[in-house]
Design a protein around this ligand. Structure first.
Ligand SMILES: [Zn+2]
Ligand SMILES: [Zn+2]
Ligand SMILES: [Zn+2]
Length: 668
């Protein structure tokens, strides 16, 4: 064993220890053949002192003497196994004894309790575990009766034994001694009465201790061990002082919400005083069911609110919606009790057919309305004493989030826009227009329901200042002013409005058998390109019988009106294919007189990719004025000159190429 030593500092010197070195030998337990004793080793174990460079002894070391095989122990100070110091022999029984470290207090003097403690210690399987132990009663001072029945608060001098997780906290000296288990001294604890019986059973102990934990970092209150008052003989469990803040004094259960010291069962019991009997069983039942939904101190206590509690009642929608001030106001949990938030402004919403309130309607309230404070929801129910109508009492900000028409969450809360209600509004309008063609009517309705509810049929007489722009392929393109203008959502008034005298693009689609296909194709082309180009609707020229798609004026910023393709460069409104076409058509208008030079220039022109590129061209020599020789470099002579017309530049606002005249150039 001594030859196993690897490191003087971290390993124990295993040795033969004379039995007369042991004092105060006391039996800890005896299960089967493995007797365990605690004892004081007078000289104590050897350790290497780095400072003096020699072996010294830790005298009067508390050790355990165990009759057992060696292999379960270790001589490494930092091993997880129990450390072993040496071997000895009982001179009376001649039995050999292994001397091991003793981390435990002395025995409880009760074999059942000792066994129980040993079993608890066997549960330790991680560094997060507390070492559950027997704690002598004289370890406790400042013992005081607490608010809890048969429970005392106390200070535990030595404090609980736990694995020191924070390496930096370990004093270097302590580390050399191998003390990775440290005690957290002067710990506030709770001594909670268990029993007075000496024949206390393991089952009973398991039962009373089951809610507590011997593992740190868990929600349960920590359980450190057991103790006994030597005078009264009462047994106590030793709990962390957290017990006093985490447990409800009334029912001795852990608080539902420990931060607010809020206990759901006890609060529900208290709430019974707010249960009402207003003569209608169904309403009483609803109030109780809603109250039982509370799970958190922040939840609203749903209640029956007498109608005379409301002041300043203002009608918002006749027979349906009022605002009011609730004098007493809702209950609010604050500093461990419920207080009322008085003069609360609320919204009063009348129930449908509320004189004969149906069970279905009440179940709907149960399901759909929330008592979560942050959901801007329901406070309770009331009744108008004159009309006998039942009224839901809602948060005043309820209609910030919920549609006042259908009572559903807005599709878009910021704009207070409710899609189903707008679709309904449009459905009502279907009867007021027709294109004269059933298929077209159906096509428009489909788009309104599925894609865009602002899409509509527009009579041709709505258009003014119609101007033909171009004809590319078979579809003519016009610009026009739409007198009434396109629809938009007026979110403020929950309504529609029109932008009158708006410029639009009219795209002619002919009047063939395939008109619906053509319309769909155009719709796809203009709506799927992510250009946010509005398509307002469909019209028909009464003379030519052509159907027309009505497009946003933005069309003219995005599409080249010559070829009706998207501009190559939208910000410059520049179309490369049309530019190339222009060059090609213009080749006949100029010549250098030399075919090879002409070809070179044409090639250079067709290379254009961007409106900021220079247009390379043939420049007649009579374009140059003020020609002056400025130098000679390499094989060429250099002259300066003024180019009368100057180079072409693209102007995006005018959408054309303009010459930058009298440009100073160099001729090489
Ligand atoms: Zn309670
Ligand atoms: Zn709605
Ligand atoms: Zn073009």
């Amino acid at each position: 064993m001594q030859l196993k030593i690897l490191n003087l500092k971290d390993d124990i010197i295993f040795e033969w220890i004379n039995f007369n070195q042991f004092n105060n030998i006391e039996k800890i337990n005896s299960n089967n053949e493995n007797h365990l004793y605690s004892a004081i080793w007078l000289d104590g174990p050897l350790y290497w002192n780095n400072k003096y460079k020699e072996f010294l002894r830790n005298s009067n070391e508390l050790v355990a003497l165990k009759y057992l095989a060696l292999k379960e122990f270790s001589i490494r100070k930092f091993s997880d196994k129990i450390k072993v110091y040496g071997i000895s022999q009982d001179p009376n029984t001649k039995e050999y004894i292994i001397v091991i470290e003793n981390k435990y207090y002395w025995t409880s003097g009760n074999e059942i309790i000792d066994n129980f403690i040993q079993n608890m210690q066997l549960k330790v399987d991680s560094s997060l575990h507390i070492l559950f132990e027997w704690i002598p009663y004289n370890q406790f001072k400042d013992i005081n009766q607490s608010n809890f029945i048969k429970t005392y608060s106390a200070i535990w001098n030595d404090g609980p034994l736990y694995y020191n997780l924070n390496d930096e906290m370990i004093d270097k000296e302590i580390k050399e001694m191998g003390e990775l288990y440290v005690r957290d001294s002067y710990k506030k604890v709770a001594l909670k009465y268990i029993s007075n019986s000496q024949n206390i059973s393991h089952d009973y102990l398991d039962k009373v201790l089951k809610d507590f934990s011997i593992k740190r970092l868990e929600n349960n209150v920590l359980l450190y061990g057991l103790t006994q008052n030597p005078i009264t003989k009462d047994y106590f469990m030793v709990l962390d002082g957290e017990y006093f803040v985490k447990y409800c004094v009334k029912c001795d259960k852990m608080y539902t919400n420990t931060y607010y010291e809020w206990c759901k069962p006890c609060q529900l019991n208290d709430l019974k005083k707010y249960f009402t009997n207003n003569g209608d069983e169904r309403i009483d039942d609803l109030v109780q069911k809603m109250q039982l939904k509370i799970n958190d101190p922040q939840d609203i206590i749903f209640e029956w609110i007498p109608y005379d509690q409301f002041n300043n009642i203002i009608e918002i929608r006749k027979g349906y919606l009022n605002t009011a001030i609730w004098k007493d106001g809702p209950l609010h949990y604050n500093k461990k009790r419920y207080i009322r938030e008085s003069d609360k402004s609320v919204t009063l919403k009348y129930l449908n057919n509320s004189r004969n309130v149906s069970k279905k309607c009440l179940n709907k309230i149960l399901k759909e309305y929330s008592i979560k404070r942050f959901n801007l929801n329901i406070y309770g129910i009331s009744q108008n004493p004159i009309t006998k109508d039942y009224i839901m009492v809602l948060n005043d900000k309820y209609f910030v989030k919920y549609c006042a028409i259908c009572d559903k969450l807005y599709t878009n809360i910021i704009y207070k826009w409710c899609k189903p209600c707008h679709i309904n509004c449009f459905k009502k309008n279907f009867i007021s227009w027709t294109s004269g063609n059933e298929k077209i009517d159906y096509f428009i309705q489909e788009i309104q329901l599925k894609i865009n509810n602002l899409f509509e049929w527009v009579p041709y007489s709505q258009f003014d200042y119609i101007e033909e722009l171009g004809k590319y392929g078979s579809n003519k393109l016009y610009s026009a002013i739409w007198k009434n203008g396109p629809l938009y959502h007026n979110f403020k008034n929950q309504d529609f409005a029109r932008n009158s005298n708006e410029k639009v693009a009219l795209k002619y689609l002919g009047n063939s058998q395939n008109i619906i296909d053509n319309l769909n194709e155009i719709l796809k082309e203009y709506s799927l390109k992510g250009l946010k180009l509005n398509i307002y609707g469909v019209s028909k020229n009464p003379i030519t019988k052509d159907y027309i798609m009505i497009l946003d004026k933005k069309y003219f910023e995005i599409y080249c009106i010559k070829c009706e393709k998207i501009y190559t460069d939208i910000s410059y409104r520049w179309c490369r294919p049309c530019q190339i076409d222009y060059f090609k058509n213009n080749f006949i208008n100029w010549t250098s007189g030399n075919e090879k030079v002409d070809n070179l220039i044409q090639e250079m022109q067709l290379k254009i990719h961007d409106p900021s590129d220079i247009i390379f061209e043939w420049i007649p020599f009579d374009q140059f004025n003020n020609i002056e020789k400025i130098g000679r470099g390499g094989f060429a002579t250099v002259h300066s000159a003024i180019w009368k017309d100057g180079p072409l530049n693209y102007y995006k606002d005018k959408n054309e190429w303009i010459r930058d005249s009298n440009k100073k150039v160099a001729l090489k």
